[in-house]
Design a protein around this ligand. Structure first.
Ligand SMILES: Cc1cc2nc3c(=O)[nH]c(=O)nc-3n(C[C@H](O)[C@H](O)[C@H](O)COP(=O)(O)OP(=O)(O)OC[C@H]3O[C@@H](n4cnc5c(N)ncnc54)[C@H](O)[C@@H]3O)c2cc1C
Length: 375
């Protein structure tokens, strides 16, 4: 069996390393468009404490402690300049994306897989893929899958809010959510520490607030300074650090009705992206990769495996989409709730996805099935 994995992010790397572990004689190539060093983004939050949590990708690498993961068990919401501290009810694990991705790459290399850097699948993917029995598309949201196969044309929807992903040296010991009225608009900051030295700091605001604040006319440096000024109480003199390629944007939700077409199969963000406010994209990448590994290692051929994978993964993917969209919608309509007290806003935030079936239970159930713990 010869497999090509397109994209060395969490989804492609988890799939490749786990597949190779089970089928050591299969040939798996990984192509990545960027260099080894280029990994976009700051920290992300993952579930539980490695190595005991199978949905946490740190559980699959050697010595996760070397990445200095940060365990977060409290949630702080700031509104009307007052803060409300509650328990998250679970342990969350903040970790740097760069360290995580590079550790997963080392894991792949340690099991004999080769990653070809600066090797994007180009303009003629079909002929490039000819020699492979299966092509796993794990190339994230930035690429449209259409040119791999027409049957994989995604539906694309952009969020109404603008957001930007910064890093900062200010350490936030809890999951922090700050609502700050400034001028005529509301700015929202999502932050938490992800190493001994750094925190993620994401800011979002409505398109109207973005334009009224003249952020559309500012340079990257001006806009980082402007945001640092708005959140000066929280940042306590620390600056906000931007990254080339991570400017202000509208969140892109990319969805598919079906996960495969012929020998091409989608996983991770390439299959379904979900708003950062539910912090589950990487977890989904892990669970969906494990479902694909399970199908390929138990079904009689690629066609049967992809059909089985599709029927198992798509209900989970669709539930993830509903949760992510409902959370995104809560943030996009937050103006309606600004009159609420701090405690009322915290309650509204906490129940914003309660009308939906539990994503947590679906993840646990699917991962248990993929890892052979249940039928
Ligand atoms: C602001 C923000 C905050 C987030 N916070 C969290 C969080 O707290 N917790 C969480 O779980 N998730 C979070 N996410 C989501 C998470 O980052 C993604 O879900 C996760 O990275 C998906 O992994 P992936 O491997 O599918 O895609 P990616 O990580 O995007 O990796 C795709 C890889 O494919 C490569 N590639 C692209 N095109 C090609 C090509 N043509 N050929 C070869 N290679 C290609 C890219 O360079 C990249 O390395 C956040 C996302 C955002 C935007």
């Amino acid at each position: 069996m010869k497999i090509l994995v397109v994209g060395a992010g969490p989804a492609g790397l988890m799939f490749a390393s786990q597949m190779k572990k089970i089928k050591s004689d299969w040939h798996i190539d990984i192509v990545e468009k960027n260099t080894h060093e280029e990994v976009l983004g700051w920290g992300v939050v993952l579930p539980g404490r490695p190595p005991h949590h199978p949905a946490n990708p740190l559980s699959y690498i050697n010595d996760p402690e070397k990445l200095h993961p940060q365990f977060l068990e409290e949630f702080k919401l700031v509104h009307h300049n007052e803060s409300n501290l509650t328990s998250t009810g679970v342990t969350l694990c903040g970790v740097g994306r760069q360290g995580l991705v590079q550790a997963l790459r080392e894991k792949c290399e340690s099991v004999g897989l080769k990653i070809y850097y600066e090797s994007p699948l180009g303009n003629d993917p079909k002929s490039q893929c000819e020699e492979y029995d299966l092509v796993v598309l794990s190339n994230g949201v930035n690429q449209k899958a259409t040119h791999f196969s027409e049957g994989l044309t995604p539906q694309i929807e952009y969020g109404n809010n603008k957001y930007i992903w910064y890093g900062t040296k200010q350490l936030f010991n809890q999951m922090n959510l700050v609502f700050r009225a400034h001028g005529k608009g509301i700015f929202i900051a999502h932050s938490y520490k992800y190493s001994n030295e750094m925190s993620t700091f994401i800011v979002e605001c409505s398109e109207e607030t973005f334009v009224n604040s003249r952020l559309d006319k500012m340079s990257d440096e001006q806009s980082a300074a402007y945001m640092a000024d708005i959140f000066q109480t929280e940042l306590d003199g620390h600056s906000l650090i931007g990254q080339p390629g991570l400017g202000w944007r509208n969140f892109m939700t990319l969805s598919h009705e079906k996960s495969y077409d012929g020998k091409f199969v989608l996983i991770g963000d390439a299959l379904q992206s979900g708003h950062f406010s539910i912090g589950h994209g990487t977890t989904m990448a892990v669970v969906v990769s494990q479902l694909l590994v399970k199908a390929l290692s138990t079904e009689r051929n690629v066609a049967a495996a992809l059909e089985s994978f599709n029927s198992r993964a798509m209900p989970l993917v669709s539930l993830f989409k509903d949760h992510a969209n409902s959370s995104r919608n809560w943030f996009e309509t937050v103006d309606e709730r600004m009159h609420l007290s701090n405690v009322e806003l915290t309650q509204s935030f906490e129940v914003r996805r309660n009308a939906l079936p539990s994503l947590q239970e679906a993840l646990v159930q699917n991962l248990g099935y993929a890892l052979g713990r249940q039928g």
